[in-house]
Design a protein around this ligand. Structure first.
Ligand code: 2Q2
Length: 322
């Protein structure tokens, strides 16, 4: 019972069983996977500030970093269950609806121009509809990310160097397909478990954008930053659709406007940060390795295409010729 006590308290306060006089009308609990130094965290804190101000204290946001409140998949489930309210997510939603795979499909987007074309085109619209209808989440904008690169303790220049390498991947099917096709051993795992698993050697590598590699302190346990750039992506800050619909019309308007400002704020921080985090990673001793990107792409393209349903293959073909 003693052990269960903290959980019980956490649950009681989460389900609002302990009313507090100072509680705002709408308290929005946000579970993030990044820590306090990351632009997503800063963006949500800013969101909270402007929401509180513009709603005259009727809305308040609490932001929990480092998966302290919930891991990404759990956060989605807790939002669906109306226990918490917001998080960031993207291709992990493939577990709910397939078109989400295009947020992070390997070697699909080349740059942020492609990305914005997808987000603002029919594919982005479809994704937003499916997100509300199939996962009960409302996208509040999007956060562009830098390309994902592989980190490891032996240099990887070519897919042949990957043989048997145990690579942590997020809980996203296309990532498993990718690293299997390349000859590595992909292991899906929640983000907050990655550092310790690298330290203990149960996994040997992981892949993420510069900003998150730096944020999570992976330089302490990984020597090489192999510039695979295999995935360009974005994530959505999201809120439960039920929770959103509960807001009265005046607050809905304030909320959506503030969400736009949050996205612009995050994007500024992201752009400022991209170079700084690379310098930080080098300063922490990481060695950047040029890779044969062509070889990586060639080796996995077919497997990724074949893993898509016929419907998604059609979308893929369209995106490729545009
Ligand atoms: O490595 C991670 O866990 C993140 O960078 C994920 O890419 C991110 O959580 C996405 O999978 C978004 O759904």
């Amino acid at each position: 019972f003693k052990k269960a006590l903290p959980c019980l308290f956490a649950l009681l306060s989460l389900s609002g069983c302990k009313p507090d006089k100072d509680e705002p009308e709408f308290l929005l609990r946000t579970a993030l996977l990044v820590n306090e130094e990351h632009t997503w965290y800063k963006a949500f804190v800013y969101f909270g500030e402007i929401l509180e101000e513009r709603s005259k204290g009727r809305i308040k946001v609490e932001v929990y970093p480092s998966e302290q409140l919930a891991k990404e998949i759990e956060a989605i489930r807790l939002i669906q269950a109306d226990v918490i309210d917001m998080t960031t997510t993207g291709s992990t939603l493939t577990n709910w609806f397939e078109v989400a795979t295009f947020c992070e499909l390997p070697f699909l987007m080349q740059d942020s121009t492609d990305m914005n074309r997808y987000i603002n085109g029919p594919i982005g619209k479809l994704m937003e509809e499916e997100m509300i209808n199939k996962s009960g989440l409302r996208p509040l904008g999007h956060f562009e990310r830098g390309p994902r690169h592989l980190t490891s303790n032996r240099p990887i220049r070519h897919p042949d160097d990957l043989k048997g390498l145990i690579v942590r991947v997020p809980n996203v099917p296309s990532f498993v397909t990718l690293w299997k096709a390349l000859g590595a051993k992909p292991t899906p795992m929640a983000f907050s478990e990655v550092f310790t698993s690298l330290q203990q050697g149960t996994i040997e590598a992981q892949e993420n954008p510069f900003a998150l590699i730096n944020n999570a302190g992976f330089a302490e346990v990984q020597k090489y930053l192999n510039l695979t750039g295999h995935v360009m992506s974005w994530v959505y800050p999201v809120m439960g659709e039920k929770q959103f619909q509960r807001l009265p019309p005046d607050l809905k308007e304030i909320f959506l406007e503030a969400a736009k400002d949050m996205q612009a704020y995050e994007h500024r921080l992201f752009l400022e940060n991209e170079k700084k985090v690379q310098d930080a990673l080098k300063a922490k001793g990481m060695e950047f390795i040029e890779v044969d990107k062509e070889a990586f792409q060639q080796k996995c393209e077919e497997a990724i295409y074949n893993s898509l349903s016929p419907e998604m293959q059609k979308i893929y073909d369209q995106l490729k010729v545009e």
